[in-house]
Write a protein that binds this ligand. Structure first.
Ligand code: SAM
Length: 298
């Protein structure tokens, strides 16, 4: 018998899981707590077999979407093997990836073959120098080429841009030009101050400010969230002087407009810790259960 969907005490249905494939990253983004910090010993990171076991279990509990993230997922050796294992073991599971795009070259064809049709790529600047300043690496052109390669192979691309006042706000017109010209969803994410992040509050650029500024450059038409499969993003279609844009603009507002009431997700760290809320440090250790099921919950 199929178990009922997972619902929480507030009646929200949970059907989406984010799984961090690794705690390591090959970039050092100034606003992010992942890169550069201490890393876990390999023995404490879930093996691919354990991740697949967890994905199978999640799918049996009606989790329909699995997002693989990190750290940088493609930086973990053998990551394509995990994708193949998931395709084999979890048919029908909608697997998506969030990546910085630096290691994507040559991958889009394989992704499509494995049924992975949606990818989120982080790209915080269209200026190579600013990109290097933010990430610590001179890889703008690599990521930009990866975006094109994904689009050429028919992947649906969301471009994640962390909104940083004084850093990339002057690039709003260039980002809108890109979304006018290419069929991708541009998504500005409000900067969330976290852990070791070096960025300060004065760099906070709210989604309301972004939408107001964008509205002066192009016509914005809000898109209904449910019909758009937009997750926490508020999406807009774009119309410029030459007509409708090929892409769309989205804003994600974790700070200014909490989306807790529509939250449908679980998060699993690379060491197998379950987190039910982005804003809470409370964790449940799943790895001991995966490795020795007879132990039971701690
Ligand atoms: N390495 C992958 C990447 O760069 O997309 C996946 C991991 S990264 C932590 C996932 C997303 O979180 C990226 O889009 C990144 O820009 C975003 N992010 C990281 N730190 C953030 C912060 N302090 N505020 C807002 N977004 C942040």
């Amino acid at each position: 018998m199929t178990p009922p969907p997972i619902t929480d005490d507030l009646g929200r249905t949970v059907n989406y899981m984010r799984l961090s494939v690794t705690d390591r990253c090959n970039l050092r983004c100034s606003y992010c707590r992942v890169g550069g910090g201490p890393v876990l010993p390999h023995k404490d990171i879930m093996r691919y077999e354990e991740m697949v076991e967890l994905a199978k279990l999640a799918q049996s509990l009606n989790i329909a979407k699995l997002r693989l993230t990190g750290g940088e997922p493609f930086a973990r050796p053998g990551f394509p093997k995990l994708l193949e294992m998931l395709a084999q073991s979890c048919p029908g599971l909608d697997v998506r990836i969030t990546t910085n795009g630096t290691l994507l070259k040559g991958m889009p064809r394989l992704l499509m073959e494995l049924g992975i049709t949606r990818i989120n790529i982080s790209l915080d600047s269209l200026n190579p120098d600013t990109f290097k300043d933010i990430t610590g690496h001179d890889l703008f052109h690599t990521v930009r080429a990866a975006v094109d390669e994904c689009l050429e192979h028919g992947l649906k691309v969301k471009l994640n841009v962390v909104a940083l006042k004084g850093v990339n706000d002057s690039e709003l017109p260039a980002f809108l030009d890109l979304a006018m010209a290419q069929p991708l969803d541009l998504r500005f994410i409000e900067f969330m101050p976290m852990g070791q992040s070096q960025r300060q509050d004065e760099q906070y650029w709210s989604s309301d400010q972004i939408v107001a500024s964008a509205g002066k450059l192009v016509d914005l038409t809000p898109i209904d969230r449910k019909s758009a499969d937009s997750g926490p993003a508020q999406l807009f279609s774009l119309t410029g002087p030459q007509g409708p844009g090929k892409g769309r603009l989205g804003v994600i507002s974790p700070l200014s407009h909490h989306f807790c009431s529509t939250c449908n997700r679980l998060r699993i760290t690379s060491s197998g810790r379950l987190r039910t809320c982005l804003f809470s440090d409370r964790e449940y250790r799943l790895l001991p259960l995966l490795r020795s099921p007879q132990h039971g919950p701690e």
